[in-house]
Design a protein around this ligand. Structure first.
Ligand code: CA
Length: 227
């Protein structure tokens, strides 16, 4: 589970990071809004912790951009005292929860678990779509024009990353980070194995969507022409 912290108070960000790491989450932190949005859109996170007041771009703006990209990643807002109107705006724009500062480690961890559990209850109509593909990432399953196939979790995570990144090329490094975490020993050929599994499944389902190799850079999904 990888969590992104976007918080400009460095001491608080550092403290949060330590709490999360102690509880076996992988953590990245950034301290301004623009970097926050960049990281958030990478698609590699399982949850975002967003401070509201940030230099550059505020947490609500990041939230709106992430949701407008169709990304369903759980988002918890960190609100300062007296930010009640902001909280409401946040929930209206698709935040999953908010935690008011100061908060205890236990409270934060409980909210994180709850937000992740709720994401696990995503309904099938919330399937991720690209071209003729419909991916249900909760109970990993790929559907192409009514024909379906089970996916193993790593295939599903990989396809989810490609779908949320849409036309952006995804590098093998980003895939390794998503599937195995930053500190893993996984190598490029581990990614290639799962890409080849996915291609076989797309082929089996008769999908016209292709996973195109961009030599030296990575992979991108491309919508094919219907036969
Ligand atoms: Ca702040």
């Amino acid at each position: 589970m990888r969590i992104l912290i976007v918080e400009d108070e460095q001491h608080l960000a550092e403290a949060l990071s330590q709490i999360l790491k102690k509880n076996h989450y992988s953590v990245d932190m950034v301290h301004d809004g623009e970097a926050g949005l960049d990281y958030a859109l990478s698609g590699i996170y399982d949850l975002l912790l967003l401070d509201i007041m940030l230099p550059g771009m505020d947490g609500i703006e990041i939230l709106k951009s992430v949701r407008s990209e169709g990304m369903g990643v759980p988002i918890i807002l960190l609100t300062a005292k007296g930010e009640t109107p902001d909280k409401i705006a946040g929930l209206d724009h698709g935040a999953d929860d908010y935690v008011a500062k100061p908060f205890s480690a236990d409270e934060l961890l409980a909210r994180i678990r709850a937000a992740m559990r709720r994401k696990g209850e995503v309904m099938p109509e919330d399937a991720l779509k690209f071209g003729d593909l419909e991916l249900n990432a909760t109970n990993p399953k790929l559907t192409v024009r009514g024909k379906e196939l089970k996916l193993i979790p790593k295939e599903s995570e990989l396809l989810e990353l490609l779908i949320v990144r849409k036309q952006a090329v995804t590098s093998k490094e980003q895939m390794i980070e998503k599937l195995w975490g930053f500190d893993s020993e996984a190598e490029h050929n581990n990614v290639e194995v799962y890409i080849s599994f996915l291609r076989k499944k797309l082929n089996f389902l008769g999908s016209t969507t292709r996973i195109t190799t961009i030599r030296g850079i990575g992979y991108v999904l491309e919508e094919g022409q219907a036969q």
